[in-house]
Design a protein around this ligand. Structure first.
Ligand code: SAH
Length: 241
């Protein structure tokens, strides 16, 4: 922060499959850097590999289709929540999971587990859709300055859920309010939200046996893609992670 409270020009963040001393980019990332951001030799960027490491790098050479970077030794990145935040989200119709993954990645979710619940309309996710969700998670992580790209698991059958140490399930008819939750000071947090038709009563009961306490998110019914984002925002804001 300078004296006027203005931060220095942000260093572009570049996702690379592998951090190394010299990194030669081609394709999408190279075009973006060279043609959109118009980087020139000497410009500093941050490279990250999606596994929690990042490094400062300087642009060494720019051609029409490649950008070569010279990187400092990698370091573990900041901005990662110190504890795992896992979002179990029921399979949703259309492209709604993309909205959830994009926003919740910005909010610090570390892992998404799509759940095949009783009332989920889609019963699986195709390989290309799963790939796209993973790409969206990487893009959102990059945009928000995270070094760790959240993972997106293959869909999990509701019956395969296992116990969690601390969890919340969004349920419009729960007795407890989100505002009344006492969040653990450390350790992983698991969040769950249902499909368009909601979780069944049996599922809510099963979830609470597994350690997910039912909470209401207010008096209005939220859309199935809004509720998980509200849960993630609450976890991020209230634990200040
Ligand atoms: N049609 C269902 C509502 C489903 S809303 C019904 O009327 O019961 C989709 C999902 O969003 C729910 O399963 C729940 O996880 C979450 N949700 C929506 N609004 C909520 C609220 N006010 N409180 C808690 N969870 C909510």
């Amino acid at each position: 922060m300078g004296s006027a409270g203005v931060r220095k020009m942000r260093k572009p963040r570049v996702y690379v499959p592998r951090l190394a001393r010299e990194i030669k980019l081609s394709g999408r990332e190279a075009r973006h850097l060279a043609q959109v951001l118009r980087v020139r030799p000497g410009r500093e960027v941050i490279v990250f590999d999606g596994s929690g490491m990042e490094a400062t790098a300087r642009v060494a050479e720019v051609t029409t289709s490649t950008v070569t970077l010279s990187a400092d030794p990698p370091q573990r990145a900041e901005r990662e929540p110190p504890f795992e935040l896992v979002l179990f989200v029921a399979l949703l119709k259309g492209d709604k999971l993309a909205t959830v993954v994009r926003a919740a990645s910005e909010l610090g979710v570390s892992r998404f587990v799509p759940l095949v619940s009783e009332r989920s309309v889609p019963r699986s996710i195709g390989e290309s859709k799963l790939k796209r969700l993973r790409r969206i998670a990487i893009e959102a992580a990059k945009q928000s300055g995270r070094a760790l790209a959240p993972t997106v698991s293959a869909p999990l059958a509701f019956e395969k859920l296992t116990a969690v140490s601390f969890g919340l399930v969004a349920h419009p008819y729960a007795g407890s309010r989100l505002a009344a939750v006492s969040w653990p000071r450390s350790g992983a947090v698991a969040l769950a939200s249902g499909p368009e038709g909601g979780f069944s009563e049996d599922e809510v009961e099963r979830l609470s046996e597994l350690g997910f306490a039912p909470v209401r998110l207010g008096p209005r019914i939220l859309r199935a893609e809004t509720a998980p984002i509200v849960l993630a925002a609450a976890a991020a804001a209230l634990r200040d992670i």
